[in-house]
Design a protein around this ligand. Structure first.
Ligand code: FAD
Length: 423
């Protein structure tokens, strides 16, 4: 078969069966092209799969991802407030398949690290020489009393973009003027640490223009947060009196919720929301736990030089799921990690020492149309963990033209990263 043509479902099924049968008794990888399996076709996994094929077109790379369409979280806060539509967030895997990656439209159900086999939801299995896990996050529905999956249909987290994003949008649209929108923010670590505050800002923008007697209340399990001075300065300038934040030390940590009455409970008081976006604590996607790669924090410890799991041999973990020191859990980080991990794997396969990764990433926060600021960093391994080697943040007292330019840069960043990953 021509390795560069996209696989059909039938090819995929045949390929899976063949790999499983060929390898079951005793996986031997001494001959033939190495088989690398990547679980999760988001920013980390898709970038890694593409980079592997680019670095070594002889590699057999499979990408396991159950969704035929990926829905990106960056810019999804804009969808919530009607500044953008959901299809602008959606991407398919055609170009990745055309790059010679075997895209398998299934969920991975099990990993056997001893036999080096991944079992898929349909019961088929794949053998690997190296396995890359990039399953993103799972929401911890056991961590906040009252907040389970059913509750998330009433108090959307919208922390995985898609139906949850649209649900929150519909609730905002249905809310009467004068209402209170409550956003509950968990303690670190969480996916995209500044995104709850971007959400609060954009919701305030929506309310200011459509329902000006309404308010946003942030109940926060943290005292400080990323780019706090910039956010607070923007709130004062753009939304005076509209956004209130109760920090951890002021009693802001949410201890339980009651979805039936839309009540959010803290140690210091109860708050009844007209619309509630409850972002619960998070952990690495469940398959990481099933593979044995997650520790008791729920996240995956790695060697930062090549993203190898510290707990399971022949497995690498990238993206939100891994413990990456000072690197924030962001799409730009996941993508950079995917590429660095691919380079590390290719080096290991060819018996060379991996180069020390030097990862850079930028994160933009939009607080109103045409008004954004950013944070960027360069990260390197030090003492077994990633540390920030260089960092830059937008100035607090910048003119509006700077914010406008950053809003344009944000749009360009999103276009570039999604084209690089999926286009
Ligand atoms: P994901 O991109 O979530 O991909 C994980 C993939 O794994 C999914 O496609 C999932 O279907 C798949 N998967 C899970 N389990 C399995 C399984 N068992 N088998 C097969 N596949 C599986 N980051 C930025 O850099 N900039 C931003 O402006 C930004 N804004 C954000 C705004 C919001 C509201 C949120 C919530 C996040 C934002 N982020 C932003 C963060 C960014 O979305 C994540 O950091 C990024 O998506 C992480 O990439 P990942 O590959 O680890 O996980």
């Amino acid at each position: 078969m021509d390795a560069t043509r996209p696989m059909t479902r039938r090819d995929v099924a045949r390929g899976i069966a063949a790999s499983a049968v060929a390898a079951l008794p005793c996986p031997s990888f001494a001959q033939g092209a190495a088989r690398i399996v990547v679980i999760g076709g988001g920013f980390g996994g898709a970038s890694c799969a593409r980079a592997l094929r680019k670095l070594d077109p002889k590699l057999q790379v499979s990408l396991i991802e159950p969704n035929q369409t990926f829905t990106a979280c960056p810019f999804s806060n804009e969808v919530i407030v009607g500044m953008r539509e959901l299809p602008a967030q959606q991407f398919n895997y055609d170009k990745i398949a055309a790059a010679g990656v075997t895209v398998i439209p299934q969920a991975a159900a099990k990993v056997d690290p001893e036999k080096r086999i991944v079992t898929l939801a349909d019961g088929n299995s794949l053998v690997y020489e190296r396995l890359v896990l990039s399953p993103g996050i799972d929401l911890r529905f056991d961590a906040l009393p009252g907040y389970d999956e059913a509750a998330s249909a009433k108090m959307p987290h919208a922390w995985k973009a898609g139906e949850q994003t649209l649900m929150l949008r519909r609730q905002l649209e249905a809310m009467e003027d004068g209402g209170t929108v409550v956003i509950a923010v968990p303690a670190a670590p969480l996916r995209c640490p500044p995104a709850p505050y971007e959400r609060a800002s954009l919701i305030a923008h929506y309310l200011k223009t459509r329902k000006p007697r309404s308010k946003v209340l942030i109940l926060d399990a943290k005292d400080g947060f990323s780019q706090q001075r910039l956010f607070e300065a923007a709130w004062k300038e753009l939304y005076p009196g509209m956004i209130e934040r109760i920090a951890l030390s002021q009693g802001g940590r949410v201890t339980s919720v009651d979805p039936a009455t839309s009540t959010i409970i803290t140690d210091f008081g109860n708050y009844v929301a007209n619309v509630a976006s409850v972002i619960p604590p998070q952990k690495a996607g469940r398959i990481a736990e099933l593979a044995g790669a997650a520790d008791n924090t729920g996240w995956c410890p790695i060697d930062p030089t090549n993203f190898a799991s510290k707990l399971v041999p022949n497995i690498h973990v990238i993206g939100d799921a891994c413990i990456a020191g000072q690197i924030p859990k962001a799409a730009s980080a996941a993508s950079a990690q995917g590429k660095a991990c691919a380079a590390g794997i290719v080096a290991m396969i060819s018996g060379k020492a991996p180069e020390t990764p030097r990862l850079s990433g930028a994160c933009y926060n939009t607080v109103a149309p045409g008004y954004a600021f950013s944070l960027s960093g360069v990260y390197q391994p030090k003492d077994g963990q990633f540390v920030e080697a260089e960092g830059a943040t937008s100035p607090v007292n910048a003119p509006r033209e700077t914010r406008q330019r950053e809003a344009e840069s944000a749009e360009n960043w999103f276009k570039t990263i999604t084209v690089e990953t999926f286009g």
